[in-house]
Write a protein that binds this ligand. Structure first.
Ligand SMILES: [Zn+2]
Length: 285
């Protein structure tokens, strides 16, 4: 396995553990990442709770949700969420689907739109649409279990970063694993702050578009600030010793102070093509 794929799968395992530890996912929910050399494929774990996932559990899929290797372990039923979004959004590299409880009320009523109200919530973007599976598929078990449903969800997501799924959860899409994890951790936090502000009464002050833009301008996936959160969450989740920076040749130890003795593979610079696309997209907005 090429070293860049190995390091990407390592990051995917870390992402699973962080999302589990931060209560974004529980027994259900998942995170995927696009294959760096083949945009028509992606990596996603087998059907297993994210907190147990290791590199051996990661499977490769085509965008229609078919496992590349036949006869393997059972995949997630809702893998079509990932295929649908990755197919419709060439700029997206990583996708999270989860059922985080704090966001659910916002998909059930149009009384209060879920939009950024706190600085760390800015990354969810100004508009968070709600997808209702009932609209085009009638009465279902609410799970996204085929290509058509995955594509329909992706259509509602559009160019946004997050879509709520009525009575079910959310889907988040981003340019990197770090970014999608960060967004998925801060989305429920933003929802909690908004929910509580509503209880206090008065008019809710959402972030201004200019504030959201200013936050985005300051973002870089491997900046010291972004890295600090990734490292912190990984350490808290018990996988701090797995953390490697794509632009640094050494691993960061669990304590964060010492350099790990094992020589970490200097993973190739992550996805320059995607960065360029993301920039182009930024300009468009
Ligand atoms: Zn689900």
């Amino acid at each position: 396995m090429p070293s860049n794929i190995k390091s990407l799968i390592n990051d995917l395992v870390i992402a699973n553990r962080i999302l589990a530890n931060e209560d974004v996912v529980d027994a259900y929910g998942h995170v995927s990442v696009r294959h760096p050399d083949d945009p028509t494929r992606f990596f996603l774990a087998r059907s297993l709770a994210p907190e147990f996932i290791t590199a051996a559990d990661i499977m490769e899929f085509t965008l229609d949700g078919e496992p590349v290797k036949k006869g393997g372990p059972a995949p997630y039923l809702e893998r079509f969420i990932h295929g649908g979004i990755l197919e419709s959004r060439p700029d997206v590299v990583a996708v999270v689907h989860a059922h985080a409880e704090d966001i659910l009320p916002f998909g059930l009523t149009d009384g209060t739109p879920l939009r950024p109200v706190i600085h760390s919530g800015s990354f969810i973007g100004a508009n968070v649409p709600t997808w209702d599976i009932q609209d085009n598929f009638g009465d279902t078990n609410l799970l996204v279990t085929n290509v058509a449903q995955g594509q329909d969800l992706a259509k509602t997501l559009g160019d946004n970063n997050v879509a709520l799924m009525r009575g079910h959860g959310f889907a988040a899409a981003a340019r990197s694993l770090i970014e999608v994890v960060r967004m998925s951790v801060y989305l429920p936090r933003n929802a909690r702050a908004l929910y509580r502000a509503r209880q206090l009464g008065g008019e809710v002050k959402y972030l201004h578009q200019g504030e959201i833009d200013a936050r985005n301008r300051g973002y870089s996936p491997y900046s010291v600030e972004t890295w600090r959160a990734w490292h912190y969450w990984a350490n808290k989740a018990g996988v701090g010793d797995m953390v490697t920076r794509p632009d640094a040749p050494t691993a960061v130890s669990k304590k964060g102070a010492k350099i790990a003795k094992t020589k970490a593979k200097p993973a190739k610079k992550a996805k320059p093509a995607v960065k360029a696309k993301a920039k182009a997209k930024g300009k468009k907005k």
